[in-house]
Ligand binder design. Sequence first.
Ligand code: SAH
Length: 387
Amino acid sequence: MRRHPWVYATAIKRVDGKPKAGATVQILSHDGRWVAKGAYSPSSKIRVRVWSWNETEAIDHAFFKRKISAAIQYRQQWIKDTNAIRLIAGEADGLPGLIVDQYDRVIVCQFLSAGVEYWRDAIISALQEQTQCSLMVERSDAAVRSREGMPEQSGILYGEYDGKLISINEHGVQYGVDVLGGHKTGFYIDQRDNRRMVSELSRDRRVLNMFCYTGGFSLAALQGGAKSVVSVDSSGDALGLAQRQMVMNGYSSELATWLDADAFSTLRELRSAQERFDLIVLDPPKFAPSAQHLERALKAYKEINRAALQLLNPGGLLFTFSCSGAVSLENFEQMIATSVSEALAHMQDQETNYRVMRRLAAGLDHPVLASFPEGEYLKGLLLQRTQ
Ligand code: SAH
């Protein structure tokens, strides 16, 4: 597709010379016309990632300053009521492989491609200059680094860190973020809009939050006046942090139950105990890390979705997500249709159905380039049991 920023190794006929990892190379079409310039990655299947479609644009320090400045300006225009923001979202901001999140005055970076690794000093100094952060942390401890032939690494890039949680405030809820030890860069910033919707729809509802991690959706539900919230995760550390945050926000611990358990078996147990909920959040980890895991992943998604649908009271809401890039929106919606059909097959009531109320996605600080739809990793649906 035009302006798609990746060139696969299989699409390359010839490489002149021996470009080093991250070096800037020129991409020419089969008939010798100049197409773009990009970063070479000798060990990745994605052999080149495009920096520029403009032949006269130099790839230098000034280039990175411009890209970072444009990315920050876009967020300043669109993101309010929070100090946890994805400042740079890789390809969508013209910087393939670079993820930068801001938590208050702390910047957390992930260098996930040979190109951004090559330019890391330029990127770090541009970020320092433009964000005036007090602390900069690297969290390039993501498995995708190995596909680029790079070791995982993390640590402090700039500033001094006392190891305390970084406190952020999103729509009036305070969350503590573990920038060195937490998942990804510490917090699921991408779910901000969906947390808000959960908060708005939780009043007097009995809420179940599966795969709750540090309790993002659980706290949003408590803020919104939920009658009770059951939260499930298999990480004791994440649950511990979630409970501390509940106290920090002044929510009554009597309303909340935290279960350190496997989500699959918990869903089965809740079903056999005939438990029912008015609002369920299902936000599992990436079941499909790559396309070859797709089929098995879809089976797992179907199992938990079917169970969650069966746990809803009439009128109850299900927020269901997949953050697997390898699962397309079409795969996801097809899987939900099958889950609904299987859930209905087990119901006595002939009138029951589920309606799709809304499609859900990441917030505006996670833009998706129209020419790079693969960038849309987070997809979700809000479903309601009709009666
Ligand atoms: N919903 C969370 C993010 C979920 S990340 C938020 O908004 O912050 C996925 C979570 O699933 C992780 O916390 C991980 O510990 C948990 N997890 C992974 N496999 C699990 C399983 N089989 N049972 C329960 N939790 C699981």
